[in-house]
Design a protein around this ligand. Structure first.
Ligand SMILES: *[C@@H]1O[C@H](CO)[C@@H](O)[C@H](O)[C@H]1NC(C)=O
Ligand SMILES: *[C@@H]1O[C@H](CO)[C@@H](O)[C@H](O)[C@H]1NC(C)=O
Ligand SMILES: *[C@@H]1O[C@H](CO)[C@@H](O)[C@H](O)[C@H]1NC(C)=O
Ligand SMILES: *[C@@H]1O[C@H](CO)[C@@H](O)[C@H](O)[C@H]1NC(C)=O
Ligand SMILES: *[C@@H]1O[C@H](CO)[C@@H](O)[C@H](O)[C@H]1NC(C)=O
Length: 567
């Protein structure tokens, strides 16, 4: 017994050591192939960020008249996010008299007297700081709460973004002098050279408009990247593509040429309206298949080339009644889980001081509600929670490679309570580890148990007799997100859920043409090397029974194998 006792003890010590390492700050960051890693330990750091706008007319981070900076910063961490993409307008760095304007002056100048009163209650110390000083204070307030920051040059002239004809879209537009941009970007990089929680700079948001050209992109983006890196060698340099940050396809032919390495990241944006109303009017399987195909061609190929891809904007109307958004989001979640991408949600904002002429405008895409106090839609947050931790990457090697079966519609993963209870959906952090064999059988790793269909409307179950057609699973439809199998009598069924989040099989729906929503039947196999963070709670009796059955099956299997080999 002696040596066996030692192992768990060592594991406990290791676990404690790793927990300490994990909670300490992890800057600066660099890249290792397609992964963003902690420069010192080499471990993957997955960016799970919120966009926090600070680029509108007031030029101060939104919400500070509603809640104290420290409360918002702590809230960001407690919701599981580790970073903020903090926007800023170029004028803040090119117009000294704007940078020197105080928050109070800026707000009063816009007629926002009530906002000033709100600041007096919630952030009195920020009110008489200059706008650049307030921006720095927000960065340090986030840093004090271990929240990393990516500085995002969102626009030139303060205001709501973005239109193709707003004079801010591309180099040489009315408000966008490339040389001044490089110079002042460099100045901002210098200001934050000493701020250890500033881990990256998005050089320019959503390049767009009639002046766009690939040659100007290389010329100025490379110059901006060099300027930033020379002033602040710690930050990741993050480059946006053309056409509202949807297109980086030109990089296939010609890579970016820089004098430094290990710091370059690309960013991409993806909203439902990027494809008009296609999700609401089309068949979601077909739209998902087409749009993901386009995404991979336009940006996703960079992963294969060994570059990190940061999905720095996505989001939905949190009220939940926008069909276009809802359908897009099921497909989006499958994609971002499959590639385990770094991301930033649009947006933290509950409401704006002033947006497009409206005072106190509500942000329906906001994670927080109008008063910046509560979460607008807790179900939404639950769905993105599993994506806040890495499934894989350098240093994420608690368990050997396996799959988790992710269900985007709920944000949950397939798990079992015991061998005899139906499979259920539960938190992905407690997911079962699956393998998918060349025979297309889904097996729980380290066991002989495979996923099997029993009938239409019946629970999917685990079995040890895995040779029948009802144990063979194919990913079908244009989205490839339906897990389909054939019952003994030939009926095709798909993995689904019932109202109690039990995993069941039903007739496959909306495979093509039909305009219905297949989301309850969408699943995704996600590569993972992460072990469950919490042991699955089982009653001791069923645990012992599990072990006994598994032992029996293994012995019988071994015996059968010997018998078979001997024959
Ligand atoms: C802005 O403030 C800085 C630092 O206090 C000062 O050097 C500069 O002259 C000011 N600029 C303007 C235009 O007021
Ligand atoms: C600079 O900022 C000041 C204060 O907001 C503003 O009055 C002025 O018009 C700005 N100058 C330019 C060139 O935009
Ligand atoms: C807003 O405050 C300014 C300065 O405190 C004052 O002059 C102005 O009348 C106020 N406006 C309104 C609408 O209350
Ligand atoms: C930036 O900070 C680093 C220390 O992290 C320092 O070595 C370097 O000289 C600074 N660069 C500039 C341009 O100030
Ligand atoms: C998942 O892992 C397999 C095996 O290592 C690999 O071939 C595949 O490309 C991975 N898929 C993704 C999306 O990373």
């Amino acid at each position: 017994m002696e040596p066996r006792m030692r192992k768990p003890f060592i594991l406990v010590i290791l676990y404690i050591v790793f927990s300490i390492v994990k909670t300490s700050t992890s800057q600066p960051l660099s890249t290792n192939s397609r992964w963003i890693v902690d420069e010192e330990s080499g471990r993957r750091v997955k960016l799970a960020c919120l966009n926090w706008p600070s680029h509108l007319e007031a030029v101060v981070a939104e919400g500070l008249s509603k809640q104290p900076l420290d409360v918002i910063s702590k809230r960001i961490g407690s919701m599981g996010f580790n970073c903020v993409r903090l926007t800023w307008p170029l004028f803040l760095a090119t117009n000294d008299s704007l940078a020197n304007t105080t928050v109070r002056q800026s707000l009063l100048g816009l007629g926002l007297n009530e906002t000033v009163a709100g600041f007096r209650n919630n952030n009195p110390s920020l009110l008489d700081l200059s706008l650049i000083g307030a921006y720095q204070a927000v960065v340090s307030g986030l840093g004090a709460n271990n929240v990393m920051v990516i500085l995002d040059n969102h626009i030139s002239k303060p205001g709501w973004c973005c239109s193709a004809f707003d004079g801010n879209g591309f180099f040489r537009d009315e408000y966008f002098s490339p040389d001044l941009w490089v110079k002042r970007l460099t100045r901002i990089a210098t200001i934050f050279n000493g701020s250890s929680n500033v881990v990256g700079m998005s050089l320019r948001n959503e390049l767009r408009g009639p002046k766009q050209s690939v040659s100007a992109w290389y010329r100025y983006m490379q110059a901006g990247a060099e300027g930033v890196h020379s002033a602040n060698p710690n930050v990741l340099v993050i480059l946006s593509g053309l056409n509202f940050d949807k297109d980086l396809s030109f990089l296939k032919k010609q890579p970016v040429s820089l004098t430094f390495a290990g710091k370059l990241v690309f960013e991409v944006h993806w909203y439902s309206f990027s494809d008009g109303g296609a999700w609401a009017t089309g068949n979601p399987n077909q739209v998902c298949g087409t749009v993901v195909g386009n995404k991979m061609r336009e940006t996703g190929f960079l992963l294969d080339q060994g570059w990190p891809l940061f999905v720095s904007e996505f989001g939905v109307d949190m009220r939940g009644d926008n069909v276009n958004d809802n359908r897009y989001f099921n497909c989006f979640l499958g994609w971002i889980a499959e590639y385990d991408l770094d991301w930033a949600l649009w947006t933290l904002t509950g409401s704006y001081y002033l947006r497009e002429g409206a005072i106190g405008k509500d942000e329906t895409y906001g994670l927080l509600n109008w008063n910046w106090c509560d979460i607008r839609n807790p179900t939404f947050l639950d769905r993105i929670t599993p994506l806040q931790s890495p499934f894989q990457g350098p240093g994420v090697t608690d368990l050997s490679g396996h799959y988790v079966i992710f269900h985007p519609f709920t944000g949950l993963c397939v798990q079992r309570k015991s061998l005899y209870e139906p499979l259920k959906l539960g938190p992905c952090s407690m997911s079962e580890a699956w393998s998918y064999t060349p025979q297309k059988i889904l097996v729980i790793k380290g066991t002989y148990f495979c996923l099997q269909a029993d009938g239409v409307g019946k629970p999917a179950r685990l079995s040890i007799l895995c040779t029948g057609s009802n144990s063979k699973w194919e990913m079908i439809s244009d989205s490839k997100m339906h897990f389909s199998t054939k019952l003994a009598y030939g009926t095709q069924v798909c993995l689904d859920i019932d109202s109690g989040n039990n995993v069941v099989t039903n007739l496959c729906k909306c495979l093509s043409r039909d305009m219905c929503d297949p989301a309850s039947q969408w699943y995704k196999l996600v590569n993972s090397t992460r072990s469950p963070t919490t042991p699955i709670s089982r009653n001791p009796f069923s645990l012992i029974l599990d072990l006994a059955v598994n032992y029996l099956v293994e012995s019988l299997g071994g015996w059968f194998q010997k018998w078979y080999d001997a024959k």
